[in-house]
Design a protein around this ligand. Structure first.
Ligand SMILES: Cc1cc2nc3c(=O)[nH]c(=O)nc-3n(C[C@H](O)[C@H](O)[C@H](O)COP(=O)(O)OP(=O)(O)OC[C@H]3O[C@@H](n4cnc5c(N)ncnc54)[C@H](O)[C@@H]3O)c2cc1C
Length: 404
């Protein structure tokens, strides 16, 4: 079998695999990127996709290193300036405003496939990137210190570094025997794409109820996404309703801020938390959902993936500048130390929200109200906004302690 040789082999060209390839290509590295599923071409007349993400300014900054952000804006994205969080029972009610930290917006709500398409447009123009799709790796291994990928079509590719960007069920991670810590939440989440009677909004909101959070994310024009967390059985029941019946249920159960809505599409997701026990080995690195999956409560999943990208790009670039073997575990370990800690911290923060707000014990209520009162103070609020926007790395001091 003839082997095609590259510097880097990336398995999975979703948002994080494509994002990583686009920035590593700027370092002149030769990259092969494998994607099993060909995404549908984007067209403005298409209905909004159910899978959307709130992209943080830090994610935008990574995409702005190439034309990806301009490409994305040429398709469709909805900036949001404010974020409101409140409780149905209790007195917690907080509104975060980008103006409080001198920013124009807190983030953008974007369909996942638009983000992916914007990155693919960049990859197609990068001469040192081979975007191979549909192409499904079936066997990945290390032989004589070289990483190998064999595909369904019987071809073999080699590289110094293999990147697992193939999502939560990562085949690469499993083939290298890297274990995960995993837990399933009791709640599931219903997502409905809706047409709104109200005009385009610049606020996302989330209301915490004893049965789970309810949220609204604005999309361009009179569109939005409604997210409804509840016990898995109830979410299944709701998702089996017709669009009209579900629309009525949402109007009855959701806050008046939603206005009149019409359900266009719907789906539901199980919630799980999963963390790989290691991110690196010699010639191997895990990024994005292949490394970590978190509760989507605060919409941070893909943003963590883009922070992985920024960190890995920096670590590889430093090693290349110093003439080191950038694909070796001793060079990649800094990436693991920085990102594993930061991702873990975000997972724990989401768990604190999840358990803290689904709990009616008086001690927890007292703690929750105390935390919300604290968060209302100007300096604390600004720190929370910076953290949510990715402007503040709260793990930097911790990482110093842990890497000593
Ligand atoms: C309900 C819900 C809401 C969410 N909301 C948000 C949000 O608001 N903000 C946010 O930041 N995140 C959100 N997330 C999380 C976010 O969707 C994920 O973190 C993100 O999609 C991960 O991107 P990824 O590229 O790492 O993995 P994936 O999106 O899973 O992409 C993996 C890619 O690899 C390909 N692949 C898999 N196996 C192979 C193989 N063997 N060969 C070739 N290709 C392969 C797949 O086809 C896919 O294209 C949400 C998640 C859920 C469930």
């Amino acid at each position: 079998m003839t082997e095609k040789s590259y510097d880097i082999l990336i398995c999975g060209a979703g948002m994080t695999g494509a994002g990583l390839a686009s920035v590593l290509a700027l370092q002149g590295l030769r990259i092969a990127l494998f994607e099993a599923h060909k995404p549908k071409a984007f067209d403005l007349s298409q209905a909004f996709d159910l899978r959307i993400s709130a992209l943080s300014p830090q994610t935008r900054a990574v995409m702005q290193r190439t034309a990806a952000w301009d490409n994305l804006q040429a398709m469709r994205a909805c900036p949001y300036r404010r974020m409101r969080v409140w409780e149905l029972q209790g007195f917690g009610d907080l509104t975060f405003d980008a103006g409080q930290v001198g920013a124009a917006e807190l983030g953008h709500i974007v369909e996942n496939r638009v983000t992916q398409a914007a990155l693919w447009q960049v990859l197609e123009s990068q001469a040192n990137v081979s975007l191979l799709c549909p192409q499904k790796p079936v066997k990945t291994y290390r032989k004589d210190g070289i990483m190998h990928v064999e595909t369904q079509t019987g071809e073999c590719f080699t590289g110094k570094l293999l990147v697992a960007a193939d999502g939560g069920q990562s085949m690469v991670r499993q083939q290298f025997g890297i274990g995960v810590n995993r837990s399933q939440y009791e709640q599931a989440c219903l997502v409905a794409s809706v047409a709104t009677q109200l005009g385009q909004q610049d606020i996302t909101w989330q209301r915490f109820t004893p049965t789970g959070p309810q949220a609204f994310l604005p999309l361009p024009g009179q569109h939005g996404s409604v997210v409804w967390y509840n016990q898995a059985d109830e979410v299944r029941r709701l998702s089996a309703l017709s669009n009209e019946q579900l629309g009525e249920q949402i109007m009855q159960q959701f806050p008046a801020q939603l206005g009149d809505i019409k359900v266009v599409d719907k789906g539901y997701f199980h919630l799980q938390k999963q963390h790989a026990q290691q991110y690196v080995e010699d010639g191997l690195v895990l990024i994005g959902d292949a490394a970590h999956m978190i509760n989507p409560l605060a919409g941070q999943g893909v943003n963590l993936g883009f922070q992985d990208i920024a960190c890995l790009d920096e670590v590889i670039s430093q090693a290349i500048d110093q003439g080191k073997d950038w694909w070796r575990a001793d060079q990649l370990r800094e990436y693991q130390q920085r990102r594993r800690l930061a991702n873990r911290l975000m997972m724990e923060t989401m768990d604190a929200f999840y358990h803290g707000f689904s709990n009616d014990q008086s001690a927890i209520k007292w703690l929750r109200n105390g935390a919300l009162a604290l968060a209302r103070l100007g300096p604390v609020k600004r720190q929370v906004i910076r953290y949510a926007m990715g402007m503040q790395d709260v793990t930097a001091p911790l990482a110093k302690v842990f890497t000593r």
